[in-house]
Design a protein around this ligand. Structure first.
Ligand code: TYM
Length: 329
């Protein structure tokens, strides 16, 4: 079984990325053959960005994933732009992607509305490049958070349309969204998802935040006027904290509700803070160590790209052949 997922190298990654996606990547290493994880630097060029900072962001994300438990012996970890077939397959797949489907993508609608100067065609094509990432490895399963579900469903439709238009050479992937922690919300505005692009510093816990910053942010997290530690539609803040504690401890949300039922928000928020610190402090420590050795990170990525390319070139040859692109074979 092939597992594939991608992550953007946009600055620092946060608790939502960690609980919704990265823990699934780590777990996937034991189930997949192979588990493939890609740092998607080409996707990062779809909005205004700093070209001088991007290579360093890729190394930040690489070190973060290794610190969280990815093991290059048990997975393929690489940088998207090192395997040129991603861009090539994106173009090929755009021939079976309806324009209207791309206009309906939530992420395109949100991000294009917020871009001040220029809505880039690459932002519009973003989901097609994401489909290329996935389909290039004949992926069976794609672990992501809830916000990426629509993109993976589009990748399924693109695979289906490609196979029925040309020939059956691509695999329709399944999306894997965790039952708890798939949509971690902003600590200051629990009606919005935790996001580096739109959130404020106080609303986000970064994976490499210091312990005291994590404690402070959770202590100040927005709750509601009640005092019951239970999930509910009018209790977005508390529901979010219950989910965070449940995933951080590997427990069920019901267990958290039972344990903190009789206690007020103060003790509960403190427990969430301690659990998140216990989860992230070792990751931060390993991150700082790994991040210091850029040559080692680059060589991990280069070795990963060689392994990824070995798979990608075979699939790409099939795609070119059935599309009639290139010399007759
Ligand atoms: P990115 O880099 O924004 O996020 C990486 C992963 O983190 C998940 N995530 C969350 N999970 C829970 N709560 C949150 N608040 C939260 N915020 C983010 C995301 O769902 C994602 O799984 N388009 C992708 C990158 C990508 C990709 C791919 C993913 C490119 N190609 C192919 C899967 C397969 C993205 O921007 O993720």
């Amino acid at each position: 079984m092939v597992i594939f997922s991608g992550i953007q190298p946009t600055g620092r990654k946060h608790l939502g990325n960690y609980l919704g996606a990265i823990t699934q990547y780590v777990e996937g290493q034991d189930r997949a053959d192979p588990a493939i994880y890609c740092i998607v630097d080409l996707h990062a060029t779809g909005v205004a960005y700093d070209p001088a900072a991007l290579p360093g962001f890729v190394l930040d994300t690489t070190a973060m994933l290794l610190a969280a438990g990815l093991d290059p012996e048990r997975c393929i970890l690489f940088r998207q732009s090192d395997v040129k077939e991603h861009a090539e397959l994106c173009w090929m797949l755009s021939s079976v992607t309806p324009y209207g489907d791309l206009q309906r993508m939530h992420q395109f609608k949100d991000k294009s509305a917020r871009e001040q100067q220029l809505v880039r065609t690459s932002l519009f094509l973003y989901p097609v490049l994401q489909a290329a990432d996935i389909l290039l490895y004949r992926t069976d399963e794609v672990p992501v958070g809830e916000d990426q579900r629509q993109h993976v469903e589009l990748a399924r439709e693109i695979a289906r349309r490609f196979n029925s238009t040309y020939a059956d050479v691509l695999v329709e992937p399944e999306v894997r969204v965790p039952p708890v922690g798939a949509r971690i919300m902003d600590l200051q505005d629990p009606t919005a998802k935790m996001s580096t692009t739109y959130g404020t510093d106080a609303g986000l816990v970064y994976i490499d935040d210091e312990a005291d910053a994590i404690r402070r942010k959770l202590k100040r997290a927005q709750t509601d006027s009640g005092s019951e530690v239970v999930r509910g539609p009018d209790k977005a803040g508390v529901s979010n904290l219950i989910e965070i504690l449940a995933v951080a401890r590997g427990a069920a949300p019901e267990d958290v509700e039972r344990e903190f039922g009789g206690q007020g928000y103060g003790a509960f928020k403190q427990a969430v803070g301690e659990a998140v610190v216990a989860l992230l402090a070792p990751v931060r420590e390993r991150y700082l160590e790994l991040r210091a050795d850029e040559a080692a990170l680059e060589s991990t990525l280069a070795a990963g790209a060689d392994r990824a390319r070995a798979i990608a070139t075979g699939v790409m040859a099939d795609v070119r052949e059935v599309m009639g692109v290139g010399p007759r074979v």
